[in-house]
Design a protein around this ligand. Sequence first.
Ligand SMILES: [Zn+2]
Length: 253
Amino acid sequence: MNRKAFTLVELLVVMAIIAVLISVLLPALHKAREEAEFLSCKTNLKSYGQAYLMYMEDNRGYFPHNGDWLYATNLPGEYGPWRFPDHEPDGLLWPYLGRAGDVNMCPTFFKLVTSDGWAPAGTEPLYSYAVNGYLGGHNPNKGNFPWGFMDIYGIWKESELGRPPAMVSSVLEQGFGPPHARYGINDNLFIASWNGTGDDRIDAFGAWHRAPVDDPKFGGVSAAVFLDGHVQDVTWTDSFIFTWPERNTRRKH
Ligand SMILES: [Zn+2]
């Protein structure tokens, strides 16, 4: 018998081993790539947090106006032109973000929104983060945010907070419906739902990092940057708890 050539069985065994190796290595590679994307996303948030804090330093402690923080010029019917490539960010934080234009996009969000997203043909997602709408409802130069409830709930300065800087996120990701079926951003400010439970996931942390296959939009984790500059992982159920600010004066809400 010629032992120099592979028999068919030997060849099949080798192929089976290779197939097993691939099936073991591919998910690991996929996971490593996703983790790298998540890290890049958190680095973006860190940059946003620093820009946010620098803005406050230069503006007597005022938060950047939550309607103007990224885009000062809005389009009719589109508050925050998040998916129009010829619309350059020109908002209050932009000078502080400097040339770091790439900080606007979570790489994972980009993939999701272009495959299963609320981004019609001919448009391209430009940013994936939203600012805490409970903060900065006032701009010293422009007055109050046009929506009435912002005058009631909007916190303008850090000194108004009862428990600074705990548990207040300045920039975060946003999942958007309706009914939260596709990925997208409806505007660039974020007002988490009151109880953060049930089916109201419109303004919620987009917890698509490390998400299980059976709940790819909300079952994983997101990240948020807090007012002390630290970035941490959050789940979508944290959306309200971590964004609702407590005032100096005790009030019911
Ligand atoms: Zn992300």
